[in-house]
Design a protein around this ligand. Sequence first.
Ligand code: FEO
Length: 396
Amino acid sequence: MAIQINANCKWVGKIDWELRKFHGEEYSTHKGSSYNAYLIRDEKTVLIDTVWMPFDKEFVENLKNEIPLEKIDYIVINHGEVDHSGAMPELMRHIPNTPIYCTANGEKSLRGQYHKDWNFHVVKTGERLSLGSKELVFIEAPMLHWPDTMMTFLTGDNILFSNDAFGQHLASECLYSDLVDQGELLQEAMKYYANILTPYNPAVTKKINELKALNLPIEMICPSHGVIWRNEPLQIVDQYLKWAENYAEDQITVAYDTMWDGTRQMAEVIVKGIVNAAPGTTVKLYNLARMDKTDLMTEMFRSKAVLIGSSTVNNGMLRDVAAVLEEMRGMKFKNKKAAAFGCYGWSGEAVKLISTRLGEAGFEVVNEGLREKWAPDGETTDRCFEFGQQFAVNIN
Ligand code: FEO
């Protein structure tokens, strides 16, 4: 069902209430998501983005109820990823000659994914498309978060169609930011930023500063996932600027995996040491093997420092620890401190390996880590407590 946004513009997307994993099995979406598409009517009619392929027929049928498809004059594809372009093959089956406005990389992306010779019109930043009384202004936004990404501004109504930027994986019957739970909204917006945009922080800062310099009178931001930023829409823009500046709160995250509980016992005492030395600091402790990895990355995003623990197995670390370190590497976190710990019975390589990986992932490793042999005893407990205290002191 389409939802009227204003006199000229309707939301024609799809709310995906059941979605629990995104990007294959990578990103958890505990609260579902939406694929937002928009239909603008002026003297010309334009469709902005589509929806994910599993909903392509439903999308096109709903669109037909809004407008005869041949009356769509232009299609704007702000970003070629399949969650937004997936309904294009079904739509273009009906209207194969309709012009598609996208970036040069957008054309490559759409051709590469769908292998169709559609009627592409490549646009660059600042180019305009007249709809009659209003215009679309295109703004390339490479690496927010793909090379092909752009945003589209609608003059007159002053709506910025920002695609993934400023989005959230949040299914809601309420279309607007001011109508949903504000804590939930901020949490999902942060999770989205932490996991999708953090690697591209410099591009975010540059693009937002460029966007601000354009002095567009933005009255509404319509992202391609989640709710529309309606009241004070620039609040999320300013929030992005903060998140892009190597964001950290006064938080330490301790994450471990353990075979026979020794590393778990170490982790719990280390946390006590941290709390004792830095009682005002938020400390979070997770068995990372049992923790949702997308949520864990969000906690790391919020942290000024992390401790990673693992037992040693087969001269290495436990596999979930290795997977988390690989994800941390990809995040390109900056200005965060770290150290490793772990329990072992024979050779104990895990701590050194974790320290190396943390360094490679861009963390400042503040010590050699703490290795403890066999089951922790009273002396081990003392060392873990001291290690936690020292870590809390060293990172400040
Ligand atoms: Fe929501 Fe980059 O796709």
